[in-house]
Structure formats: structure tokens, C-alpha cells
Design a binder for this molecule. Structure first.
Ligand SMILES: [Zn+2]
Ligand SMILES: [Zn+2]
Length: 123
């Protein structure tokens, strides 16, 4: 597990850069689609697996930082900062999809009234 975490954390960090304005740690590698809703992708070979598969880099960051190989199915790793290419662990949170959805209005109105028991958005 530690070798896996070391290897992919190094890989992930080497392709990210801090955004001086927002503090986000932005992925600079390959991604899906275009526009504000694109997600970074990296091929990952998980421990015990013989083949690699594409994984969203924000989910990968969460997996590596929390050392949780299997994230709860159907839950989202949300971007508290609403920046889809960000991999700063402090801006990521695992939560149900409806909570993630509710964050969209925070972004639109640039105001967050909280998502108890989940953390507030980073605006
Ligand atoms: Zn961020
Ligand atoms: Zn919010």
C-alpha cells in the first residue's frame, strides 16, 4: 500500500501546479472533454491488479491521501472549490451526490450557507 501511495502521489504531484490566485492545486495532464466540467484522468494500476485503468485524478488524490482503495460506491469526491481540475486534498470531500449537486447553487450565488454535516464550500 505505501509503495502504491508513494508512486502515485509523486506522479500526481509532478503534473499539478499551485494556482497563486485560488490556492488550488491544478492538474496539468490529460483530461476528459473541455470547459469547466472536465476532469483530469490518469491510468492507475491498483495493488493486486494486473492491469491499469483510467481514474479521475481528484478521486485518485482522495484515495491516496486517505489510503482508502475502495471509495463508497455512488458517492462523489466533491470539489469544495468548484474547480474540476483541482487536486488539493483540502478542497476535496467524499459525500453523497445530492450534497455535491447542492453546491452548484453556492457557486452560482457565490454564497454558502453550509452542508451539515459536510464541510462548507471554499468560495
Ligand atoms: Zn481547489
Ligand atoms: Zn456550499
Amino acid at each position: 500500500m505505501e509503495a502504491f501511495v508513494q508512486k502515485y502521489t509523486t506522479k500526481l504531484d509532478s503534473r499539478c501546479e499551485v494556482d497563486a490566485n485560488t490556492g488550488c492545486f491544478l492538474w496539468k495532464g490529460g483530461s476528459t472533454g473541455r470547459g469547466p466540467k472536465r476532469y483530469g484522468v490518469m491510468r492507475v494500476r491498483f495493488p493486486g491488479s494486473l492491469v491499469s485503468r483510467p481514474v479521475y485524478v481528484h478521486r485518485l488524490r482522495y484515495i491516496l491521501s486517505t489510503r482508502t482503495l475502495r471509495l463508497r460506491q455512488s458517492w462523489d469526491v466533491s470539489h469544495l472549490c468548484h474547480t474540476s481540475l483541482c487536486t488539493d486534498i483540502g478542497h476535496l470531500h467524499l459525500e453523497p451526490h445530492h450534497v455535491n449537486n447542492a453546491r452548484q447553487s453556492c457557486r452560482r450565488f457565490n454564497r454558502c450557507d453550509g452542508h451539515i454535516p459536510h464541510p462548507k464550500c471554499v468560495l
